[in-house]
Design a protein around this ligand. Structure first.
Ligand SMILES: Nc1ncnc2c1ncn2[C@@H]1O[C@H](COP(=O)(O)OP(=O)(O)O)[C@@H](O)[C@H]1O
Ligand SMILES: [Mg+2]
Length: 216
């Protein structure tokens, strides 16, 4: 299976979601590979070095790649490849979307973040990616309930699946810095919200697969 975490903007939480997703699937004994497509930042690659240094389990495999084709070379060795996308990579963003079973676009709650992500979703759809294969989630959500509700309504009105959220927390940033994921903080309440998002993603992909078996 292949999942693409994509955006045009940087800093919207792609790498943070990628790593939490990788950890959860790996906990369930999937052989997971993160394809780090952001060669400028290499955020996930650096993160994994810290994870290995600290001997955190489960082990995740992360590798930087400059092309989608390279990332797919050893795909038989993995149950899941997660593409951690780079911002500002129009052509590669589409290439990743085309090979993936499911695409997740994380966004902040403000219009500044939401609008470009919905625009990207529309562009992918125009290029032949089915609407059902695109989900949007909120990241770095603050404490305002109104802001969260407004963002969720905005996403739901677009027709793309609203998948859930990750809240903005100092402890999530601290975890990232030591090689842990957003669902491995010391706070169960934070981990639960992230795991709920991941469960929604899992359920969504299951549903798509079942529909494919049924209707071809
Ligand atoms: N939920 C969060 N709480 C706190 N800090 C976060 C959260 N999500 C992301 N960050 C921080 O914001 C920055 C950008 O996040 P990142 O996941 O690397 O985004 P992207 O991969 O889209 O560029 C990083 O420094 C990261 O640690
Ligand atoms: Mg990143």
């Amino acid at each position: 299976m292949k999942i693409g975490i994509l955006s045009q903007k940087g800093g919207v939480g792609k790498s943070t979601l990628t790593r939490a997703l990788a950890v959860e699937y790996a906990r369930n004994k999937w052989e997971v590979k993160i394809a780090d497509m952001d060669l400028k930042q290499s955020t996930s690659t650096t993160w994994n070095r810290k994870r290995m240094d600290n001997n955190f389990r489960p082990k995740i495999s992360v590798e930087p790649f400059s092309s989608v084709q390279d990332a797919l070379k050893n795909q038989e060795s993995y149950d899941l490849i997660i593409f951690d996308g780079a911002g500002q990579a129009d052509i590669q963003t589409l290439e990743i979307a085309k090979v993936c079973d499911y695409i997740i676009l994380p966004t902040g709650v403000t219009a500044d973040d939401l609008e470009p992500q919905v625009k990207l979703a529309h562009e992918l759809k125009k290029k032949g990616i089915a609407r059902e294969r695109i989900g949007i989630c909120l990241s770095r959500v603050g404490s305002s309930k109104n802001e969260l509700e407004a963002a969720q309504e905005y996403i739901e009105a677009t027709g793309y699946t609203f998948l859930g959220m990750i809240m903005e927390k100092t402890s999530i940033g601290q975890c990232s810095d030591t090689g842990l994921a957003a669902n491995e903080t010391k706070y169960d309440s934070i981990n639960a919200v992230v795991d709920k998002l991941i469960q929604n993603i899992y359920d969504r992909i299951q549903k798509l697969e079942e529909a494919e078996v049924k209707y071809g």
